[in-house]
Ligand binder design. Structure first.
Ligand SMILES: Cc1cc2nc3c(=O)[nH]c(=O)nc-3n(C[C@H](O)[C@H](O)[C@H](O)COP(=O)(O)OP(=O)(O)OC[C@H]3O[C@@H](n4cnc5c(N)ncnc54)[C@H](O)[C@@H]3O)c2cc1C
Length: 408
């Protein structure tokens, strides 16, 4: 087993170091080599920045800036587009809270079925413990649990085999990923599983093929005769409302407020906020599902928050308060009361369990909650109403709006 802490130390300096080390190959090399999955510990052809990006230990804007300091937009086109896929999925889901709601309620139903239906439970257990007999799939199930990471291509193959070969419900597979990935994200994960199953681009599925796996695992696996030969798109006809995300960047000048730091954004220094009266850091790992969080992901979010503490204190010149209290209503209301605060400022909380818990805690304690949205998110999400193409053609103008231009 590979030691995951060594791969993703929680401190920001390691994320920046990885970024700087990766950038020289973010141009043509990335475009050429990014599909290759050489196996655990050998994922150096891709950046492996996702666990830090997920918790915003570093931001997309920083990654794009560092990339454009060394490459033209054309040279690094593929890498830049991949970075934007994250914002695209986030924006797409923000426009469709129903999709997240259905996923969660389906999961409650399915976990209930796991308790009642021995056949389904056996199949699920076989798949998640890597005992299907499909060597590549079993290796990826093990790698996911043991390292908290999978290469993008492996994620695509795995999801496809789960849905079309093993014929298991996609939501249970998405949940297995979400609970174990260090970068587990409500939007990127749910939307990617839906994309593989043909629910995102309606009718367009992703079929894992043995020759493709053989080529891009450099011959490590060859699941011939073991995989489904067709992928018929899943269907979901439930109504989905399209809602524009709301941004509340209320003026803070002259107001007394507390700053709340959650696992959604561990770099409040770049949030455009100054002079908080007090800072609370929520150190508990947020439950992601009715099933338990993987051991590594349960440790990762609290450890990045904890590692951010000194840095945040230094920047804001305020001593931080941390809490491991599971009931955030108690933690937040006590903090507000003890510090005589009426206004709580935090980063924009995208759909997911952190938003749900913080908003309900704020409501319960009568706190005014102000979520600051980063310019990157505002600029990106508004073009994420439909397909990725709509956002892709806006990338040059978004980069210009953010003042991100290639040097030289
Ligand atoms: C079934 C499935 C589930 C996934 N679940 C997640 C998830 O929970 N969290 C998550 O962050 N990504 C998820 N992805 C997207 C992608 O696989 C990972 O972001 C990527 O593998 C992370 O590795 P990297 O940092 O080396 O990526 P690189 O190739 O180096 O890309 C740089 C960054 O761009 C972003 N990115 C790249 N590809 C994608 C993509 N296809 N979609 C969204 N963002 C992307 C990531 O933030 C990544 O760190 C999923 C993909 C699939 C097919």
């Amino acid at each position: 087993m590979i030691e995951p802490v060594a791969l993703w130390p929680p401190e920001r300096q390691h994320a920046l170091k990885r970024l700087r080390a990766f950038v020289p190959q973010a141009g043509h090399l990335y475009a050429k080599q990014r599909y290759f999955d050489f196996g655990p510990g050998k994922h150096g052809k891709v950046s492996r920045l996702s666990p830090w990006l997920r918790h915003r230990v570093i931001t997309e804007q920083e990654v794009l800036k560092t990339t454009l300091d060394s490459h033209t937009q054309t040279e690094a086109e593929k890498f830049i587009q991949e970075v934007f896929w994250r914002g695209y999925f986030k924006g797409w889901l923000e426009h469709r809270p129903d999709v997240w709601r259905y996923y969660k309620s389906d999961l409650v139903e399915l976990t209930d079925r796991l308790e009642k239906e021995a056949g389904l439970a056996r199949q699920y257990e076989t798949a998640t413990s890597g005992e299907t007999g499909i060597a590549c799939f079993d290796a990826w199930a093990t790698e996911l649990v043991e390292t908290g990471y999978l290469h993008n291509h492996a994620r695509m193959w795995f999801a496809s085999i789960w849905i079309f070969t093993l014929k298991l419900p996609w939501q249970l597979g998405a949940d297995f990923f979400y609970r174990h990935l260090l970068d587990g994200d409500p939007a990127s994960n749910t939307c990617s599983w839906r994309w593989v199953g043909g629910l995102h681009t309606i009718g367009k599925t992703y079929l894992a093929r043995a020759d493709n796996i053989e080529k891009f695992t450099a011959g490590r696996f060859s699941p011939r005769e073991q995989l489904a030969s067709t992928a018929i798109a899943l269907e979901d006809n439930r109504p989905v409302q399209l809602l524009a995300p709301k941004f509340n960047n209320a003026e803070l000048e002259g107001r007394r407020f507390g700053l709340l730091v959650t696992e959604e954004d561990c770099h409040p220094e770049s949030l455009g906020v100054s002079n908080p009266s007090s800072i609370l850091i929520l150190l508990t790992a947020t439950p992601r599902s009715v099933l338990p969080l993987g051991k590594l992901s349960a440790e990762f979010a609290p450890s990045v928050l904890n590692a951010s503490r000194g840095r945040i204190e230094k920047h804001f010149c305020v001593e931080t308060i941390t809490t491991e209290e599971n009931d955030w209503s108690i933690a937040i209301s006590e903090w507000m009361r003890e510090n005589d605060l009426k206004v709580c400022v935090t980063s924009h909380l995208p759909l997911g369990p952190v938003a749900k818990r913080v908003k309900s805690a704020a409501r319960a304690s009568g706190v005014e909650l102000i979520e600051r949205t980063r310019a990157y998110d505002q600029l990106t999400w508004r073009h994420a109403k439909k397909g990725f193409f709509g956002l892709k053609k806006k990338i040059p103008s978004i980069l210009a709006d953010l003042n991100l231009r290639a040097h030289g």
